[in-house]
Design a protein around this ligand. Sequence first.
Ligand code: C2E
Ligand code: MG
Ligand code: MG
Ligand code: MG
Length: 289
Amino acid sequence: RAREEGGDMAARYRSHMSSDAAQRLATEHALHRALAQQEFVLHYQPQVCLKTGRILGVEALIRWQDPHFGLVPPGRFIPIAEETGLIVPITEWVLATACAQAGSWQRAGMPGITMAVNISARLFNHGDLLGIVDHALMAAGLEARFLEIEITEGVIMRDLDHTTDLLRELRRRGVRASVDDFGTGYCALGYLRDFPLDVVKIDRSFVQRLGADVRDEAVTATIIQIAHTFALHVVAEGAETASQVRRLVALDCDALQGYYFSRPVPAEECSRLLRNPQPFAVLEGAGWR
Ligand code: C2E
Ligand code: MG
Ligand code: MG
Ligand code: MG
């Protein structure tokens, strides 16, 4: 076993030194092994209602617990998984695990918590997303309305007819859909009206410049207003400071997912937050009830 691990290490160091292609191949092999040996974990980041301070839902965010390198963030392996097609079995695992967790939270008396899962372009456009979703919900005994699928603007725009069909099928089941990283792509605001969507997540780049750049504030205000016109729920991503939170409350944003309240945390820690009816301190003078 030690020898095997040593060989593995050496291979990784070599791959570190060599070309991009070799690096990718090494990562691809490592990802196969990670799946087989269950080295992936999900962390969960709360989405907090800006009116009540309560947790409305969480986003499941994957990490790779590598035996040598520790916790690897998704930005380092999801793009390679996407290119190689491994994203499909990885997302099956993510959906199954996230739905099972959500089901157990519902049964443990933390009802109504929505579980958001990121769906990449490859699976949305070419995979059997509906089959995987149905299977995950059934295996977990989770009601469809507690699952939310996150897709980016780029994924929405890739094939408009396909997007319409798939989002309609998801809605028919009761699964919610959100647009992730909104504002960074080229999705016309009108699409927010035309597609069966439930949530808009304003990208962190706008949120983090609130108060520093009036143009970002104007974009954020406009997204919120238009989303509300189309009866969509607005979640701001990535607020870290009280002043950003105050601006979001003033702009009538519905909910917030950001370090200000909580980083993504392991399931156990998230359970503790969910058990607490008032997990987060109320912001003074921000109009919270
Ligand atoms: P995302 O879906 O936009 O997820 C939000 C990211 O912003 C997370 O990074 C989260 O940790 C980070 N974040 C949240 N609040 C703050 C904040 O206040 N400040 C800062 N600086 N960052 C904040 P993470 O977990 O590294 O995930 C990065 C991206 O990887 C995700 O962006 C998503 O696109 C992708 N990803 C994560 N899990 C999965 C997955 O299971 N499947 C797929 N296909 N993609 C995933
Ligand atoms: Mg997301
Ligand atoms: Mg995002
Ligand atoms: Mg992102």
